[in-house]
Design a protein around this ligand. Structure first.
Ligand code: GLV
Ligand code: GLV
Length: 353
């Protein structure tokens, strides 16, 4: 191959490999689980045209300088979130950056929905109880949980994933919606209105929606809250002690976005003092670690950052990441700013320039 492309980890499926190989690229990858900055510099070596990186890696000045020295102009994160990438540093070294939205929207929303139901119906606690041999007969008060129907789901960040989750909870469980986002989601509002009218026409209680004017309004009013913002300076510790205190005592909080959006130490304290409050967490402040005490909390469900982990999505993310890098290397038309590769499946992308 004429071009050398580094993928810092082997990725699922073969389509991304075939795409690169067919376009004259040779692929270089490492099996080790988590790579350090030094490992990645060694992998980049003296010649590297593009890199596919992972959210566990810190892509800042050092790595983009190394990539640029090796002649590289393209970097794609195999993730939609790119809080691990310093885009300004990349552009300073002439490296374009891509991410992988679109292909993981539904898979991620489905995990948020899974955690919501699991928390509402105490699935994990009940499973542990069964396996521990503690079940000695049906009882009226055994693992009583929350009925979602008619309750209010609160969505913070109504982008692709947040909106998909909102639609699932509204349509699937007849929940009312309150959302907070800087941008109005007209499509989502129209969907809830139409579904509400459908229910009404069938003699059922209609569902309703409300666009909150502040995040606090969502926290105060919702029974189930799911966080879907990007992580940046403005969303760091968005959910802190003060905001946890605003929430209903029996509320459920779901986080499938990024760990630092929630002050995890404050969350552990809140869980300790509010046994009826429940959380479902896919992400943590210091992955792969959990803050002390979290693992012992019965009212917390914790899973290891698997929101985008369906076969279709992970293969799609690998394919998109490969296309991002290839697009830059081969000079295919790309959308938008020439220094920011817009992925091919980005439904919200601006039209080609
Ligand atoms: C996963 O967390 C992603 O951002 O794609
Ligand atoms: C990511 O896909 C988002 O905009 O929610």
């Amino acid at each position: 191959g004429k071009y050398r492309v580094v993928s810092t980890k082997p990725m699922p499926g073969t389509r991304w490999i075939n795409l690169l190989v067919d376009q004259d690229c040779r692929i270089c990858t490492k099996k080790k689980t988590i790579l350090s900055v030094e490992d990645i510099i060694a992998l980049i070596g003296d010649k590297c045209d593009g890199v596919i990186g992972q959210l566990t890696e810190d892509w800042g000045e050092t790595l983009f300088a190394a990539l640029s020295r090796a002649g590289g102009k393209a970097f794609s994160n195999m993730a939609v979130g790119y809080n691990n990438v310093d885009v300004t540093a990349a552009n300073k070294y002439g490296v374009s950056v891509g991410n992988t939205p679109g292909v993981l929207t539904e898979t991620t929303a489905e995990l948020a929905a899974s955690l919501s139901l699991s928390a509402a119906r105490r699935i994990v606690e009940a499973d542990e109880f069964m396996r521990a041999g503690l079940y000695d007969g049906w009882l009226p008060h055994l693992f009583v949980g929350n009925l979602l129907k008619g309750q209010t789901v609160g969505v913070i960040g109504a982008g692709r994933i947040g909106s998909a989750y909102a639609r699932m909870m509204v349509e699937g469980f007849k929940m009312n919606l309150i959302y907070y986002d800087l941008y109005q989601s007209t499509r989502l509002e129209k969907f809830v209105t139409a579904y509400g009218e459908f229910l009404k026409a069938n003699g059922e209680q209609p569902v309703t929606w409300k666009r909150a004017s502040s995040m606090d309004e969502v926290l105060r009013e919702a029974d189930l809250i799911s966080l879907h913002p990007i992580l940046d300076k403005t969303t760091y510790h968005l959910v802190n002690t003060e905001r946890l205190a605003m929430m209903k005592k029996e509320a459920i909080l779901i986080n499938c976005s990024r760990g630092p959006v929630v002050d995890e130490v404050a969350l552990v304290e809140h869980l300790k003092h509010n046994p009826m409050f429940r959380v479902g967490l896919d992400v943590f402040e210091d992955e792969p670690y959990m803050k002390p005490g979290l693992a012992e909390m019965k009212n917390a469900i914790v899973v290891p950052h698997i929101a985008s982990a369906s076969k279709w999505t992970r293969e799609g993310m690998a394919t998109l990441a490969a296309l991002n890098v290839l697009g830059k290397i081969k000079g295919y038309p790309v959308w938008g700013d020439p220094n920011h590769i817009e992925p091919f499946l980005n439904e919200n992308a601006p039209p080609p320039a």
